[in-house]
Ligand binder design. Structure first.
Ligand code: FVH
Length: 273
C-alpha cells in the first residue's frame, strides 16, 4: 500500500500548518474543512479541496484528522463509515486515553487501520527541527507511514496501545502547564514584592529552570528515585516556605497548585522513609 497521497481533515491553525508542511515536501494533498474558505490558500498552492469527508478519505492513501476534539472527529467521520474499509487513518486531534482506545475499536469495526497521535509542536514549529509527533498503534503500520509523515515533525512511536500517544501527550502537557504555572507564580511573587520582573526572568528564572529541568524530572515513586542530596524532608519544608512566602506577598497560592502536588509527593516520600 502506498501512503503518499495524503488527505487532511481539519484546517484550523494546526491542520493548515500540517497541510503546508506536506505541500512543501511535495506530497499530493487533498484537504477538507467544515468551513470551506480555510482551504483557499492551500488550494492556491496545489492542494485539492474535497467537498466531503467521504471524498477526502477516498482521495488519500492516508488520512490525517486534526480537528478540535474527539467529538468533532466522530461527527466528521460518521457519514464516511462506508469509505473506511482498507483505509489508514492517523488522528492528530488531542483527546484522552479512553477516547483514543474507543476510536481505535470503532475504526477497526469498519476495517480501517489506525494510528493515534499527539503533536508535540505548535503551528509555527511544525516541520522544524524540534517538532516531534507521538504515535501509538500497530508498529508495522507506524513503520510504513512514518517516512510519509516525517515532514510535519520527527515521528516517535510510543507503543501498541492506541491510548499511549494521548497518555504521553497529556502528561507532557501537564509538565508544560506546571512549568508555565510555576513561571507565572514566580513572576507574580517578584512583582508583588517590588522586584524587577524583566531582570528576574532573564538572569534568574530562565537559567535556573534550564539547569533544573535537566536534573529534577522525578520517577513514578519519588521515594525510590530521588538522589541522596535531594532530601524529601528538606524539599517538603522548602515548598512549605515557598507557600508561606507567597501568602505573605499576597500572591494567591492557587497559582501554584503544582506545588501542592510536589508537596504531597515529598510528604509521601518522607512517610515512606
Ligand atoms: N494549535 C496548537 O498549538 C495545538 C498544538 C498541539 C495540538 N493541538 C491540537 O490540534 C487540534 C487542532 O487544533 P487547531 O489549533 O487546529 O484548532 P482550531 O484552529 O480551533 O481548529 C479546529 C478545527 O476543528 C474543526 N471542527 C471543530 N468542530 C468540528 C465539527 N464538529 N466537525 C468538523 N470539524 C470541526 C474546525 O472547523 P471550522 O470551525 O473551521 O469549520 C477547525 O478545522 C486540537 O485537538 C488541538 O488540541 C493544537
Amino acid at each position: 500500500m502506498r501512503h503518499e497521497r495524503i488527505s487532511i481533515l481539519g484546517l484550523g491553525a494546526m491542520g493548515r500548518a500540517l497541510a503546508s508542511a506536506f505541500l512543501e515536501a511535495g506530497r499530493e494533498m487533498t484537504v477538507w474543512n467544515r468551513t470551506p474558505a480555510k482551504a483557499d490558500d492551500l488550494v492556491a498552492r496545489g492542494a485539492r479541496e474535497a467537498s466531503s469527508v467521504e471524498e477526502a478519505i477516498e482521495a488519500g492513501d492516508l488520512t490525517v484528522a486534526c480537528l478540535l476534539d474527539d467529538a468533532s472527529v466522530r461527527e466528521a467521520l460518521a457519514p464516511a463509515t462506508r469509505n473506511l474499509d482498507g483505509r489508514t487513518l492517523v488522528n492528530l486531534t488531542s483527546g484522552s486515553v479512553r477516547q483514543a482506545r474507543e476510536l481505535a475499536g470503532w475504526l477497526e469495526k469498519y476495517g480501517a487501520r489506525f494510528l493515534a497521535g499527539g503533536i508535540m509542536a505548535v503551528p509555527p514549529t511544525i516541520g522544524t527541527e524540534g517538532a516531534f509527533i507521538l504515535y501509538s498503534g500497530a508498529h508495522d503500520l507506524f513503520d510504513r507511514v512514518a517516512p510519509v509523515l516525517g515532514p510535519i515533525g520527527r515521528p516517535l512511536w510510543v507503543g501498541e496501545d492506541p491510548g499511549f500517544a494521548a497518555l504521553y501527550d497529556m502528561a507532557a502537557l501537564s509538565g508544560m502547564y506546571g512549568m508555565s504555572a510555576g513561571a507565572d507564580h514566580a513572576v507574580a511573587l517578584v512583582h508583588a514584592e517590588g522586584g524587577d520582573v524583566e531582570t528576574f526572568k532573564r538572569e534568574v528564572l530562565q537559567p535556573w529552570m534550564e539547569q533544573m529541568l535537566a536534573i529534577t524530572v522525578p520517577g513514578a515513586d519519588v521515594s525510590e528515585s530521588v538522589p541522596d542530596e535531594y532530601n524529601p524532608a528538606m524539599q517538603a519544608t522548602g515548598l512549605e516556605t515557598l507557600l508561606s512566602a507567597s501568602r505573605e506577598a499576597g500572591v494567591p497560592v492557587d497559582l501554584a497548585g503544582h506545588l501542592r502536588t510536589s508537596l504531597w509527593r515529598m510528604r509521601r516520600a518522607v512517610a515512606a522513609g
